[in-house]
Design a protein around this ligand. Structure first.
Ligand code: ZN
Length: 241
């Protein structure tokens, strides 16, 4: 079974197109999306159009909810808030209605996998899963072999062995028969692990790989400047932080 898992596109069309081109080159048609289609970047409508054309059952992230008024953006930091207000102002009604149809989680029986944006324990509370302790708790809240999530923009793979032991992997691992996994797919449109290249997950048979794809960052930054989006958001794309 071969499929790709994408998260946190954040209205970054250049990164999204570069990732889809790579997936296409590998002849993969099965693409899961883990939320945050919009927010931060300059092309929310174009990204939603491309998302609905390419991914099967997208789920919602906190920025998607912010853009359609399902969550109070007072909880966002000032840059995220000003970007989400801009996003909400330029999004078409049709695309807002599309975002409203995205659920908070999707179970893929064929893949024995759960997809959420934040955590399996409370997908709509938008907590971050950073520590092994958080991971250990969250393994209790799903039965599937794999749980894919995003939200922190920092890719990782955590394995829970039958013995209860936890192992972490950065870039890839081979799926073991008796283990279960929480896999953070990183971010397509705003990586924060120090590598500015777009990130996505490729599942190829029993192997999981983080794939990094360069894209035209300057072009996105120019569009963001024209849209008067916050300079901190523009600059962070070059640093991948
Ligand atoms: Zn995000």
């Amino acid at each position: 079974m071969r499929y790709a898992v994408l998260s946190d596109v954040h209205s970054n069309l250049e990164a999204f197109e570069a990732v889809l081109a790579d997936i296409n080159r590998r002849n993969i048609r099965d693409i899961l999306f883990l939320g945050d289609a919009v927010g931060y970047g300059p092309d929310p409508n174009e990204c939603i159009d491309l998302l609905t054309a390419s991914c099967g059952a997208p789920i919602a992230g906190n920025h998607d909810w912010g853009a359609i008024g399902l969550m109070d953006v007072a909880f966002f930091n000032e840059y995220a808030r000003s970007a989400i207000e801009w996003t909400s102002g330029v999004m078409t009604k049709k695309n807002k209605d599309v975002l409203r149809t995205f659920p908070l989680k999707v179970e893929y029986e064929d893949k024995d996998a759960l997809a959420v944006h934040a955590t399996p324990k409370e997908p709509g509370a938008w907590h971050y899963l950073f520590s092994l302790l958080d991971a250990d708790t969250n393994f209790e809240y799903f039965d599937n072999k794999l749980c894919f999530l995003g939200h922190s923009h920092k890719p990782f793979i955590i394995e829970k062995q039958l013995s209860g032991g936890l192992m972490t992997y950065k870039d890839n691992t081979r799926i073991k028969k008796r283990s279960r996994y929480i896999i953070n797919a990183g971010s397509v449109g705003q990586p924060r692990d120090g590598d500015p290249r777009a990130c996505y997950v490729l599942v190829n048979g029993g192997e999981v790989n983080m794939i990094r794809i360069p894209y035209d960052i300057e072009s996105v930054q120019n569009k963001m400047r024209k849209a008067h989006l916050p300079s901190a958001l523009i600059e962070r794309l070059s640093r991948g932080m």
